[in-house]
Structures are given as structure tokens and as C-alpha cells.
Design a protein. Structure first.
Length: 562
């Protein structure tokens, strides 16, 4: 049982990407079903998790039990996918998530049941009667009524909606913010900063008056530090809600405008939810009944649980008659709908690839890279993966596969999993893995160094071809540069000999794209390979990693230049 002490509407922040909890829940159930959830099993779980091929993170944590609780007792437990008392069990909803055909559908059901307070989340006496809401349900309602919510509007105002009966008040605050924004053209960031800080001062006025501004994360009790901490919390909750709602594919994210809205063709489904699902929290003081309600995989009822509604959808998106569909069961109709949606998505992506290979989107791709670096996108890491895939596809030749996930409209949904390169390029006689990151500083080396080399080795073994790797980041940390320089000089059995990993600053990669655009003909795979071989040749003869770094830039500047 968690005690709510904050005064903000909060959302589960671990894991950040919903799909990544599925293999972790499966591992927990496969290895520890019917065991007691305690420090011992928590540490054993982290040991197993750190050795799995899908794990992203560091397995040498000195506080393994805390890491396990962070991964399991937040989203998986709170959303009813696992039961941890009296022993570890996969719930009916968890079984549908892990083994069912429609994980996004079951995920949506569970989001709509998440409530505050509940037997899992009890209010601290200092904020008694503050919370009375099903957060994801009411955020959907707020989006529907306002048509969209920007990230800034969410982090400042939507997180204040701790009771669903405040919805109109919060909506009016957002509308007023939009009106005030018109009078602050040219100084929007300053306007947001002042509005945000004033909101925090208002929310926590009584604590600030009493001098209760120390948070558990620090001994610094200054007002400046308190405001900074609350800003971080508000930003994290907004990000978490965006990501979890996005996974349901009911909503779209406008990366450039940093806003969330409901897909036009999903409005009827959202309206059904808002009309039919109970808004009041249920079984707040009855754990047994709450668990029965939360663990069920069949409630709440969705628009697509109705056969007539499914038939209408299929007739709209496919070339079916009612007579062809009327005798099919609901699950058959859902399977048919999923096939059609998948085919549509593949067609959209195929059309994207065709357009990209014509270089028609060259200027847009370059502009997007510049905007990513300027922090003009909501989810910059995802957009960096997606835009780099677009650029590699435009360079032409071979099969360029982005391992990030697409939504039904062919837009990027979530980053690649932890057991594969971000992008895989399959050419006739060689392979190329491409890894991208927004990380900088020492964190870049710690988070990316080992995984990049591992993914490279896996691709080389899987393809059976000569394999290269590009590692692209806005800046290359010296530790990362030294790491790859050293690996390229060592014979390692795991990599089938010496690795061939080339770090590139994003500006350099953009220069390669520019050179290819200005070249007298379209580049072919051998042009790409000649660049890779030249850089690796310089690696062999360079005096050290710094000298190699300079040589890489020289190779970039002269590639495809007459």
C-alpha cells in the first residue's frame, strides 16, 4: 500500500515505455510464481532480469530490491497486471497483457480503472480528501472537451485536477492560459516559466508559509530548490501520462507542437468511454472487491466489445458486407479488424519509403534534425530514431528497418527495444547497425557503450555478413570515443574479431546526408561502404582516439565530394 503525500495528480512513471513491462512481468511470473514478494525474491528477480536479452539498464546495482520494487510495484501492480500478496501471481488482466492477442486493448481497460484513492493508494492525513478521480479517464475527457492539450498546459494545469469535479475549473484555466499566450508572442518560454512557478506557489502556499519546503531527495530546504523539485515532478507526470495514453493508440502526439489529441477515427470509441464508464472511484475501502474489479480482463466494457459496433467499423475500413460478417464471433471480428489495420499501416510505411527514396523530403529531414537539437520536440529520442531511419532510407540501397514502433498512421510510437539496434540496414553484401542517442556526458558512455557493441555483435552473427555500426549523437563523449576506438583494435570472439563501430556527431551525419543529396547521381551501397572502410582504415593508423576523431570529420567532409 502506497501513501499519497503529494498534491499533484500523478501517473505511474516506471517503466516509461509501457510495452517494456510485458517481458519483465512474464519473467517475474515464469521464475517466481507462488513465491513471497520480499527482499530475497526482489534481488533474485533483478539478477535474472539483468541477464535477460531484453534488459535495459545496469545489473550491478547495490540496491537490487529497490530496483525490483520500482519496476514491479508501480505500473504492473498499480494497473492490476500482477498480484503480490499473499504470493506472486499473474492476474487475469496480466495474463491477457502478456499472452493475449491485444495487449493495447487490455492496457486501455486497466488505465481506465486506475483510481485515486484506492486500497493501493491511501491519502496521507495531511491531504485527506484531496483525491477523488480516475486520472486517465478524466484526462481523456479533458482532451476531448478542449480538442487538444499541450505538454505545457498539462504539466502546469492538468496535474492540478486531483478531483474529477474540478474538471471545469481546470479547463477554464487552460483556456485562460491560451488567451494570455496570445499577448506573450515572442516571449513564450518566459511566460510559461512565470505561470508555472505561480501555479506551484499557489498549490503549496500553506507549506511554503510554514517553511515546509524540504523534500526527501535533498537536505536543501530553499524555496528555489522546492520549486525546481515540483517542476520536475509535474514534468515527469505529464510525460508519463502522454506515453501511457499513446500506447492505447486512442491519441496522437504532435511532436512539433508538443500536444496530445484524440485520433479522429477513434472519437466514437472515446465518446463511448466517457459516456459509459463510472467516474467515481470504487471499493476504496474494500481490498478484496477492488482486486476482483481491477484484475478482471473484461471490464470496463469498450465500444469494440459490441458486435454491431465492430461490424460497423469493419464495413467502414474494409470492403465487407454485413452478410459476410454477421455470423462471426466478436474475437473473430477483432482479429479481422487487426489484420486490416496492420495492412493499412504497412501500406502507409511503404509509401513513406517510396517518398523518402526520391529525396523529396530532404529539406524536411534536415530541418527536423536541427529542431531536435534545439529541443523543439516533445520526445526528442524517439524523433531522433525516426528521423535517422528516414535519412538512412533516403540514402537508398538495401532494406532499412527501423526497430522503433509505428502507430496505425505510420508515425513513431516508441523507441526500439533493448535487445536490438535502433536501425538495421541490410545491404547485398554487408550489414550496418545504426544506434542513436540524445545522451551526453558520462551518461552516454554508461548507457550506450556496452549495448551498442552487443547489438553490433548480435547483428553480425545473425546476418552472417561483414557488419559495421554507426553510433550517432549530438555530441560524442570522450569516454565513448575512447571505448569504441579501443574495441576496434581488439579481437573479441563475441564480435567475430575486431568490431567496426564508428561514432558520428549528428552534424557530421547531416553533412553525409547533404553530400548525398548534392551528389551527381544517387549513392549506392558501395558508396556507403567505401566511407565506412575509409574511416576504419584511419582508425588503424591513428595515433590515438583524438587523432581518429579528427580523421572521421575529414572523411565526412570529402565523402561524395567531386
Amino acid at each position: 500500500m502506497a501513501t499519497i503525500k503529494n498534491r499533484l495528480l500523478f501517473f505511474t512513471t516506471s517503466p516509461r515505455t509501457p510495452s517494456k513491462m510485458i517481458p519483465e512481468i512474464k519473467l517475474l511470473n515464469d521464475s517466481f510464481e507462488d513465491e513471497i514478494w520480499n527482499v530475497s525474491t526482489q534481488r533474485k528477480f533483478m539478477d535474472k532480469l539483468s541477464k535477460s536479452d531484453f534488459f535495459e539498464g545496469k545489473g550491478s546495482s547495490s540496491n537490487k530490491d529497490f530496483s525490483a520494487r520500482d519496476r514491479i510495484t508501480r505500473a504492473p501492480k498499480s494497473l492490476g497486471f500482477v498480484d503480490l500478496k499473499p504470493v506472486i501471481k499473474l492476474t487475469e488482466a496480466g495474463n491477457a497483457l502478456v499472452y493475449g492477442n491485444r495487449p493495447k486493448e487490455i492496457f486501455l481497460r486497466q488505465l481506465l480503472k486506475f483510481q485515486l484513492p484506492s486500497p493501493y493508494h491511501v491519502e496521507h492525513k495531511s491531504i485527506q480528501d484531496t483525491f477523488y478521480i480516475k486520472p486517465y479517464l478524466e484526462i481523456l475527457r479533458l482532451i476531448r472537451e478542449l480538442e487538444y492539450i499541450s505538454f505545457d498546459e498539462f504539466k502546469i494545469f492538468a496535474v492540478q485536477m486531483t478531483d474529477y469535479r474540478k474538471l471545469d475549473k481546470i479547463k477554464n484555466k487552460i483556456l485562460q492560459f491560451r488567451d494570455d499566450k496570445k499577448n506573450n508572442i515572442g516571449r513564450y518560454k518566459q511566460f510559461v516559466g512565470i505561470t508555472w512557478e505561480n501555479a506551484i506557489l499557489e498549490i503549496y502556499e500553506d507549506r511554503i508559509v510554514k517553511g515546509q519546503t524540504k523534500t526527501r531527495e535533498t537536505q536543501d530546504a530553499s524555496l528555489q530548490k522546492f520549486i525546481k523539485t515540483q517542476k520536475g515532478n509535474m514534468r515527469d507526470y505529464a510525460d508519463a501520462c502522454f506515453r501511457y495514453l499513446r500506447y492505447t493508440e486512442l491519441v496522437a502526439i504532435s511532436q512539433k507542437n508538443r500536444s496530445i489529441s484524440i485520433f479522429k477515427d477513434k472519437l466514437i470509441e472515446v465518446d463511448y468511454i466517457l459516456k459509459n464508464i463510472e467516474r467515481n472511484p470504487v471499493f476504496v475501502n474494500d481490498l478484496k472487491r477492488y482486486k476482483e474489479y481491477l484484475f478482471s480482463s473484461s471490464n470496463p466494457v469498450l465500444y469494440t466489445d459490441n458486435k454491431d459496433n465492430l461490424i460497423d467499423i469493419l464495413m467502414r475500413i474494409g470492403s465487407f458486407t454485413k452478410r459476410e460478417l454477421i455470423d462471426k464471433e466478436i474475437e473473430e471480428l477483432k482479429d479481422l479488424r487487426d489484420v486490416i489495420v496492420k495492412q493499412h499501416k504497412e501500406n502507409v510505411i511503404h509509401n513513406q519509403v517510396t517518398e523518402l527514396k526520391s529525396y523529396a523530403l530532404y529539406s524536411e529531414i534536415i530541418d527536423t534534425f536541427n529542431e531536435i537539437v534545439s529541443d523543439e520536440y516533445y520526445d526528442a529520442p524517439l524523433m531522433l530514431e525516426y528521423n535517422t531511419w528516414r535519412a538512412m532510407t533516403m540514402l537508398n540501397g538495401g532494406n532499412i528497418k527501423g526497430n522503433f514502433n509505428f502507430d496505425d498512421l505510420g508515425q513513431p510510437l516508441s523507441t526500439a527495444g533493448g535487445n536490438m539496434p535502433d536501425i538495421e540496414c541490410d545491404y547485398e553484401d554487408f550489414s550496418l547497425s545504426v544506434e542513436v542517442t540524445m545522451q551526453s556526458g558520462q551518461r552516454q558512455y554508461e548507457a550506450e557503450g556496452e549495448s551498442v557493441a552487443r547489438h553490433y555483435g548480435q547483428l553480425k552473427k545473425r546476418s552472417g555478413k561483414e557488419t559495421y555500426c554507426l553510433f550517432i549523437a549530438p555530441t560524442i563523449n570522450p569516454a565513448t570515443l575512447a571505448h569504441f576506438y579501443g574495441l576496434n583494435h581488439l579481437r573479441i570472439a563475441l564480435y567475430g574479431g575486431k568490431s567496426q563501430i564508428i561514432p558520428l556527431e549528428l552534424d557530421w551525419f547531416m553533412k553525409l546526408v547533404e553530400n548525398s543529396y548534392n551528389y551527381k547521381t544517387r549513392p549506392v551501397p558501395n558508396d556507403i561502404r567505401s566511407f565506412l572502410d575509409e574511416v576504419l582504415k584511419e582508425c588503424e593508423t591513428a595515433t590515438d582516439e583524438s587523432n581518429w576523431y579528427q580523421c572521421i570529420q575529414q572523411c565526412v567532409d570529402k565523402w561524395l565530394v567531386a
